[in-house]
Structure formats: C-alpha cells, structure tokens
Ligand binder design. Structure first.
Ligand code: DGJ
Length: 727
C-alpha cells in the first residue's frame, strides 16, 4: 500500500480507492502532490511548475528564482524561509527565533499502525488492516527532529496523520504550534463545510465559499466545544450528498483545537489542523518528544454521504473500543427532565415501574444524588450520596432497578468542583485559577485541575468507591462549563501555556484507567449536551449525549449535522415532554419518537404523568425500536433530504446485507395544497424486491422512481416511517 519510487522521489500511499502522493523536492523539502481518487500509475510527471513570483524568496545560496517555498504545495510547512502562508509549526528556540527549517532525511514503512501514547487514535485489529509511512525530517541548526506519520487503511478511503517532535539538542525549546497535519490543495474551487453552534444548537451545518485570506475554525474553551466541532470538509461546488468530491478532516482531540483555512493569492488552499496554537506553549526538554493528536482524513468521490459512511464505519471498527463496540445499546429512561433535582425514592421507583411496563431496559439517575446537591450551586466534587434523599440508599435503589430486570445507570460530573463543597473547602488550589485573581464562575462551578495527578487520583478514588459498591451498568460523564483563568499552581510560569493540553492528557489518562478497569460499564459522555462530541472522546466512550435540546424539530438539524462525521450508534437521543423544555414547542409523540429512534433511543420525561394512550404509543415505540435497533444503530445511514434546505427532512438506514431498511420522513410546517413529495431511496439492492406495508416494490424502482409521501399528511410536525423488508 506504500511505495517509494527512487526515480521520481515520490511516496505513493494507495489502496483500492484512494491515493496520497508526496514528493521530495530540491533542497529536500517535502511537497504535497496529490490526495484523491486512486491513481493506478503515477508517472512522476506532475510536479509543481517552477515559476518566478516576485516577492517570493528563494532558498539560501540558490540562484534559482523559480523555486520558492512561498508557492509550493508543502507537506508540513514552516515559517521564516520564504513561505509567508500559515505554518504547521512554530517552535521558539533559545535564541528567541521561531524559524526552523525541516528537511527530509529518511523514511520507514511499517505494517499496521502504531498507537499514540496517551492520546486517542484509530487502531487496527490486524497488521494487514493498514500500513504506516514515517517520514523523518531534521533541522540541523536547532537539532530538532520531526516525524510525520501517515497511515493508510486497506479497506477505506482513509489516511490518518500526526506529527511528533523530538528535541535532539541540549537546550529546551518552546512549541507554540505543532499541527497534526497540513495539506495544500492546488488551485481548485473548493467550498468549506463545518459544524458550528452553541449550547442546545450544536453541529449546525454551514457550507461556504472560501475567499482569499484566512478562516479559522477553533475552540479556546478548553474543550472541543458546542461552538465549533473539530471537523471540516472541503467539497467542490457541485458536490451533493451523492455526487462529487469531498475531503473530510476530523481531529481526534477533546480540547482547544484549530483548523486554519488559507486561500493564497494564487488561489491555492492550505488546511492546517491540530491543537489550538492560541496561548499554547510547551517546553520541550532535551531528549523529550511531543506527540500531536491524530487527524482522520477521508476522501469521497461519491459525495458527502459516502464520506460520512466512511467515518461511521471507521469509527465503529477502528476507534470505538470495548464490550459495547458492536453491541446493541439499551433503551433508557433518564430522570433529568422528569424531576430535575426534585426526586426521592418513591418518585424514582414509580418512573422505573412505568418504564419497566413499557419495555424500557435501563434507568439512569441523573444529577442530584450526591453531597447536598438540591440545585446546581453546590456539591460538585463530593461524590458521596446524599443521606436520606433516596430513603433506600443508592445501592438499594440500583438493586430495586435490577430486581425489575432493568439496568441501572448513574450521572457524574468528575472534572468539576463547586465552591460550596467539602472538596473546595479542603483544596481550593485544586481548581484551575491564577493566584491573586478571582475565578470566573459558570453554572456556579469551577473546573478541577485535571493536569494534576493528585486531583485525578482523589476523584478516581471517590468515583470508584461508588462503582465498587453500587452495581452500575452505565455511567454518564458530564462536563458543564468551559475553562477560564487556565493556570495550574503546580507548574512554573514558563509552563502555563501547557495547562490546557496537560488537562486533556490527564483527562485521557483518567478515562483510559476508568474504562479499562470497569469494562462492563457502558459509558456515555456529555457536556451540557453535545459540547464535547468529538472523535477523541469516542475512543473512550462509545456514546455521547447529542444535545440538551430534545425538541424533535431542533434535533433534525442537530442530528443531521452530527451524522456528517459521527456514527448513529454514538448519538444519544431521547423523547422528552411537551411543551419542550428548551423551545416550548409542542409536537406529537410520534415525531418525537421517530427523531429519537434515529439515534440511541431513550426517554427523558415523567412517565407517570402520561395518559394511557401515550403509554400505549410509547410501548409500541420501544418494542419497535428493540426489534429494529441493529439496523438503526449499525446500518448504513443515508441523508435524503436536508433540514437545512427546506421544510422537509428525510433519512434512511439500510442493513449491511441490504435485506432491510428503514425510512423516516419529517415535514416541519403544514401547507395547504402541499406539492406532492416523491421520495427516492438509495443504498438498496437494485434487483431485489422489498415489501413496504404489504406492498411490493423493486429495489431499482424505489431508488429511481421512488414513492409518494402521504399526500394527506396533515398539520405541523408531521412524520412518516417506512420499514422495508427484502423478499
Ligand atoms: C447537562 C446535561 O446535558 C443534562 O443532560 C443533565 O445531565 C444536566 N447537565 C445535569 O446537571
């Protein structure tokens, strides 16, 4: 899959569908030659034409005015030697200069894929699943060695990249930027797609023209954030869901990130992605090394949907780990929107009994069971159950839930500390904060300094004391604020630029320890909904709570955007009460059910308050979901109609063997004399016959002619669901 051609001095990574080509140019600079559809035979003829561009400098001692780093498409561009575009690295040397000049030295080709120490990364089950190219570059003056890692997967249009810097010198240097990857697209008309939003409005899909200049997608919040997901795609203007080229970039990182998109004066587009260089400074001691997080790049020549399916399959097979990787996820009832903090044993057990009767498989006790937590002003950090709140005690409650034949889950927010807590009174210095400055509050809480081993150990011991006593099947790991006054009192002034990243490394260490020590527990991550829905977290926890916004209509856009990158089996989705607590909207139970069962299905409302008709419908929904969840959680997902483009949305799931499929249609607002809607399906076996509601249709018929959505659909927030079974 990886070859080096001595003649043309090119590395060619290729599998059945994709090629990635790197050239070694004069002066041993590495140029980017190609990423895209598989090239069977590369002649070496495609080299960047030498052109004299005024004000574009040439290498030292060179009389050749045609060669300038300023215009070359480069693999890992630097700064200070003539390339005036954004660099992939900024490393401050003891001289005070940040100018480094990495030249290619050697390469190594390995079977499989090496793990990234302390960081999440895609992995292989078998050495034949992937191959890795390691390119070594050096700056002889600063004595820094740079290693660029490229892995190509055998069965998918995927290249992963990361970088490692080794200090072979005798002086400490400061890394201010070390991108995970850089990629220079030539002059081609590309558009940018990114996922942005805010709390309760996560991963809204934005598609925009790339103009000359720089566009940055980033987070400075200490987490991957509700605001900008660590993901970007580049598509041609003609690219649709099913046609055209798409290049996806997903960063496996849960902290501050940046994606810099620069269109230069010659219309070339550079993409830099990695840890955010803003306020970043890492002291790299002699002999030490620094490893960047990984970027997963996906190429599709069949539109965005194929790009998404490649991500879904890759993450399901080669990122998510543990017992639940391929396992059907349980339906759940969560008490948060049912009770908030106001619960007791009876209230909970009444909800549990109702849930049991309706076929729900797991109860999750959310916030409010510990310390003196009767509201969100208090007790984070004190992971001891509130005495008397649950008359029977937590352990007993879990037992009672188990006695009903249901699983039991519990909420934690381990990274946080309330000012009003025993932990804060004992260890105020354990919260992130700058000595002499007051800390900003958010949801009346502070962030624990997870860069500190002693802090992590304390929380680990507190949490696992509960884990060891209470029989837990599921844990929800929440995180309800972003970081301010980022400073760790254990580190010296010169290391404060490391804190945000050290926090994430500490968090990852904690998650690795916890999830591997309790392999039976299903973990779901959460950050005020989907504030940390990133591929880094999926390495530790197979599910994420998609959004605190459970309104079915708002969820159409949120789940649609999320599906661009993240597998359906990773998206928590619940039916909640009406009027919806976030939007006030009233929608039918049917549409709430259809939207939520397009994710990992659950309920989050007081089941004891429902009418018998509503309960009957829920019972039917739960049974239906259980019957079809293999298809809904692990089938191929196709987006058919975008909520961003009109009044109706449609998507469908097709089983891997194409023997069954499920189609969901949603119409937001009613319209008198609505134009008839034909839905053309996709992903079916063309020559097969499928049965829908006792009627038979050809696979090619459904995909080319389609079928009519009920012309009598009436009222706002209407929906239809179709189950297809191959004959
Ligand atoms: C934010 C989460 O997203 C909610 O689901 C809930 O767990 C609350 N936190 C509890 O405080």
């Amino acid at each position: 899959m990886i070859t080096f051609d001595q003649q043309t001095k090119t590395f060619h990574l290729q599998n059945k569908t994709t090629s990635y080509i790197i050239g070694i140019e004069e002066h041993n600079y590495l140029t980017h030659l190609y990423f895209g559809k598989k090239i069977n035979h590369y002649s070496g003829g495609y080299r960047y034409p030498r052109t004299n561009r005024s004000f574009s400098p040439n290498p030292a001692h060179s009389k050749d005015r045609l060669f300038s780093l300023d215009t070359l498409p480069l693999e890992y561009p630097g700064f200070g030697h003539g390339d005036f575009r954004e660099p992939a690295h900024l490393i401050k040397l003891t001289s005070g200069s940040r100018v480094n000049d990495f030249r290619y030295v050697s390469y190594e080709i390995q079977d499989g894929k090496p793990a990234l120490e302390g960081l999440p990364a895609t992995y292989v089950q078998d050495e034949t699943d992937a191959m890795t190219l390691v390119l070594t570059l050096q700056d002889t003056i600063s004595q820094l060695t740079l290693r660029l890692f490229y892995t190509i997967f055998a069965e998918a249009s995927v290249i992963t990249r990361s970088a490692q810097l080794v200090n072979d010198g005798s002086e400490t240097v400061e890394i201010n930027r070390l991108a995970s990857q850089a990629l220079d697209f030539g002059n081609q008309p590309l558009e940018l797609i990114h996922l942005n939003g805010t709390w309760a409005k996560e991963r809204q899909l934005t598609r925009e023209t790339i103009h000359p200049g720089i566009k940055v997608i980033d987070s400075k919040r200490g987490s991957s954030s509700h605001q900008q997901n660590p993901f970007a795609a580049f598509v041609t203007p003609q690219t649709t869901e099913f046609q055209g080229e798409a290049y996806g970039f997903s960063l496996l990182y849960s902290g501050n990130h940046e994606t810099i998109v620069q269109k230069d004066p010659f219309d070339q587009i550079r993409v830099i992605m990695g840890i955010n260089s803003f306020n970043f400074g890492w002291q790299l001691q002699p002999k030490a090394s620094f490893q960047t997080p990984e970027v997963v790049m996906v190429y599709s020549d069949q539109g965005l949907n194929a790009m998404s399916q490649t991500y879904h399959d890759l993450f399901n097979q080669h990122l998510i780990r543990g017992k639940y990787k391929h396992k059907e996820r349980p339906t759940l009832i969560n008490n948060w929107e049912a009770t908030y903090f106001d619960f007791n044993e009876d209230k909970i057990m009444n909800i549990v009994s109702e849930a049991k009767a309706l076929g729900v498989e797991m109860f999750v006790l959310d916030d409010g069971w510990f310390g003196g937590r009767e509201d969100d002003f208090t007790s984070l950090g004190d992971w001891v159950e509130t005495e008397g709140k649950l008359a029977c005690g937590l352990e007993n409650l879990a037992q009672q839930v188990h006695d009903q034949g249901m699983k039991f889950g519990l909420w934690f927010e381990p990274e946080m500390i309330s000012e009003d807590s025993e932990l804060f009174r004992a260890h105020p210095e354990w919260a992130l904060g700058i000595p002499g400055r007051e800390r900003s509050l958010s949801r009346s809480q502070y962030v624990l300094d997870f860069s500190r081993a002693d802090v992590r150990e304390n929380i680990y011991q507190q949490m696992t004391a509960i884990f060891d006593r209470v029989p837990l099947d599921y844990v929800k790991w929440d995180m309800n604020r972003n970081m301010t006054e980022v400073y760790s009192v254990l580190l010296g002034p010169e290391q404060q630029g490391e804190v945000a990243h050290r926090y994430i490394l500490g968090l990852y260490e904690f998650l690795e320890r916890l999830t591997t020590s309790y392999p039976e527990i299903l973990f779901e991550s959460c950050s005020g909904g989907g504030g940390r829905f990133d591929a880094g977290f999926l390495y530790y926890m197979p599910q994420t709570w998609t959004s605190d916004n459970t309104d079915a209509i708002a969820r159409l856009k949120i789940q649609y955007g999320t599906s661009l990158v993240y597998p359906i089996s990773s998206m928590g989705a619940h039916v909640s009460a009406i009027p919806n607590h976030q939007t006030g909207r009233e929608t039918s139970l049917t549409i709430r059910g259809n939207v939520a069962m397009s994710g990992v299905f659950g309920y989050e409302l007081d089941l004891t308050q429902l009418t018998s008709e509503e309960k009957a419908e829920i019972k039917e929904q739960v049974a239906f979901y259980k019957q079809h969840r293999q298809l809904l959680q692990f089938g191929d997902f196709y987006r058919l109609k975008s909520p961003y483009e009109g009044n109706d949305t449609a998507w469908m799931f097709v089983s891997k063997d194409q023997k069954e499929a499920m189609v969901f249609y949603f119409r937001v607002l009613a319209d008198a004399a609505h134009p008839l809607v034909t839905l053309k399906l996709t992903g079916l076996a063309a020559d097969a016959v499928y049965e829908i509601n006792q009627e038979e249709f050809g696979g090619d018929e459904l995909m080319n002619i389609g079928f009519y959505i009920d012309s009598e659909l009436y009222g706002d927030y209407a929906t239809q669901r179709f189950y297809l079974k191959r004959k």
